[in-house]
Structure formats: structure tokens, C-alpha cells
Design a protein around this ligand. Structure first.
Ligand SMILES: [Fe+2]
Length: 293
């Protein structure tokens, strides 16, 4: 089974969202939708989502699932807005999201009522169980490293790696977020993603247009194993960990880290409005003595 894949690129956050569908049955699912957020004005908008919705409607697709590869730190999820438009769609994420919820509940000192059992999502995906989106079958691989709860979704011959793996000329996702691990990412790639058949198509979670090249988001397992500049078939575990750690030390935090994470661990729900009708996000103050981790 080879599903049709349509990619959408959100330029401000370099994010790829995908509509995956069976061209015969019109059954569809969406991976990693973006809700736009401008931090200076604290304004949300559905500019990116509108393009997806237009495509879905024009092609008369039936959206069964909205899947998150992980709790993103660089953009807010548009899952809830899609669910509003397609109420029968279920929002899914890897079941280890509960670990990330516990971690950030502590970091943000969230309300006691904030649930850390994943119940804000409709579906917690497990490696041991396949899910159906109409005629599409979704297999889940747990691929921790970028975050402890990252999942890769395999739908026919199409593999959605989220931030575990980027295009071969860029490398892999960073591993310096709370509970991230370069060693875990090494094993996620070598023992899981790279064991899939060489001809399977790989669709990545971001593309940063390295060197000013054109947007690129699709490769194959075979090409990644051969050419990925950070982790290919001749890279040792130790050299990957060392390279990844050095690179991560030089990276700035993502621009939307603090607003995005607190919305995304809540399945993309914005905070409830207060009595004046306005919703507020929470920001910790980071000092020299008290860091984010
Ligand atoms: Fe990410």
C-alpha cells in the first residue's frame, strides 16, 4: 500500500505538515498540523491550517486521525482547530506523552488539575497496536531522543519521522530538550527507523533549507542510511553522541518553546479564558541559578 502524501510547509517555523490519504477510498489523516502564533503580539491564527483544509475539502477527503509525532517545541499544534472542522477525527500521539506531561507540569508549575495521563488526546498510540484511519493502517514506532515521547508513523511505504530524522544534508533533530538523549536517538534510528526497507519513503518534520537550497522533505530509508550527514551506516554510537552534543550546545532555544510546549502537552488546547474572557499563557523566569532543565 502506497498512500498519497501532500506536504504543507509553514515557513515561519520551518515545519512540514502532511495530509496522507488513500486516493481510491478518500480516507485521510493529518500529521503535525500547525497553528500560527506570533509571540510579540501573542496572536494566534489559522493561516497555515487554511491551506490544509482547502486541500482536504477540494479533494473530498475524510479525515479520520490527526497525529502528532511529539509535543513540539517550535510551533503550536493546530490539532484542535482541525477537530473543530472535522469533528469525527481523533487526535493521537505516542502513549509516552504522559512522561512529557509530567516533566512539563513540574517545569511550568501547572495546576494540580492538569492531567498527566494523556487523556487530553483521543488516542494514545502504542507500538504493539496498529490503528486504522479508514483504509489506511498506521504502525507506530517509539523513536525517543529528540523528546522521550517521539513517535514515528509508518503508513504503507510512507514513514513520518517527525524530528528524529531530517533530510540527509541536514541530519537529525536536536537532543537537548528536557529528557532528550542523543544515545536514545542513535538507537531509535539504527535499531528502528533504519531497519525499515530501503525503498520506503521518508517524510521529515522540518526542513531548514540548508545552504539556501529549495525546500526538500522526502527521501528514502536507503538514502538516509547512505547519506545522512549526522548518522549514516558508518557512524559509530560514540561519534554520533559527541557530534550531536557539540552541535546542540551551539543551538539557541526555539523561538516559540515556552508558549508552544504548554499548549502542545494539552493536545493543542489553548488555556481556558479567565473571567475577563482572555486566555493567558505562563512563562517561567530563567535566571543564572535556575535554568529550564
Ligand atoms: Fe520538535
Amino acid at each position: 500500500m502506497s498512500p498519497t502524501v501532500k506536504a504543507f510547509f509553514d515557513q515561519p517555523t520551518w515545519t512540514l505538515s502532511y495530509v496522507v490519504y488513500d486516493a481510491e477510498t478518500r480516507d485521510a489523516l493529518v500529521i503535525d498540523p500547525v497553528m500560527n502564533y506570533e509571540p510579540a503580539s501573542s496572536k494566534v491564527s489559522t493561516h497555515s491550517l487554511q491551506q490544509l483544509i482547502q486541500f482536504i475539502d477540494q479533494n473530498e477527503l475524510q479525515v479520520h486521525l490527526v497525529l502528532e509525532t511529539h509535543a513540539h517545541a517550535d510551533h503550536m499544534s493546530g490539532a484542535q482547530q482541525l477537530k473543530e472542522k472535522y469533528p469525527s477525527a481523533r487526535i493521537g500521539v505516542g502513549k509516552k506523552i504522559t512522561e512529557v506531561q509530567k516533566l512539563f507540569k513540574h517545569i511550568f508549575n501547572l495546576d494540580q488539575e492538569f492531567r498527566t495521563d494523556g487523556s487530553q488526546f483521543d488516542l494514545l498510540l502504542d507500538e504493539k497496536k496498529e490503528e486504522q484511519a479508514g483504509s489506511l493502517t498506521v504502525k507506530t514506532l517509539f523513536t525517543p531522543g529528540h523528546t522521550p515521547a517521539c513517535a514515528t508513523y509508518v503508513i504503507g511505504d510512507a514513514v513520518f519521522t517527525g524530528d528524529a530524522l531530517f533530510m540527509p544534508d541536514y541530519g537529525t533533530g536536536r537532543c537537548d530538550f528536557p529528557a532528550g538523549s542523543a544515545e536514545d536517538l542513535y538507537f531509535s534510528l539504527v535499531d528502528k527507523i533504519y531497519t525499515l526497507p530501503d525503498h520506503y519513503r521518508v517524510f521529515v518534520g522540518h526542513d531548514y533549507l540548508p545552504g539556501g537550497r529549495e525546500l526538500s522533505y522526502e527521501s528514502t530509508i536507503g538514502l538516509q542510511k547512505k547519506n545522512n550527514r549526522m548518522l549514516n551506516q558508518s557512524t559509530s554510537r560514540l561519534s554520533f553522541i559527541q557530534m550531536r552534543s557539540e552541535r546542540d550546545q551551539a543551538l539557541a532555544p526555539p523561538r516559540l518553546l515556552l508558549p508552544a510546549v504548554q499548549v502542545n502537552i494539552n493536545a493543542g488546547h489553548l488555556p481556558e479564558p479567565e473571567e475577563n474572557g482572555i486566555a493567558y499563557l505562563k512563562l517561567p523566569i530563567i535566571t543564572e541559578k535556575r535554568r529550564f532543565k
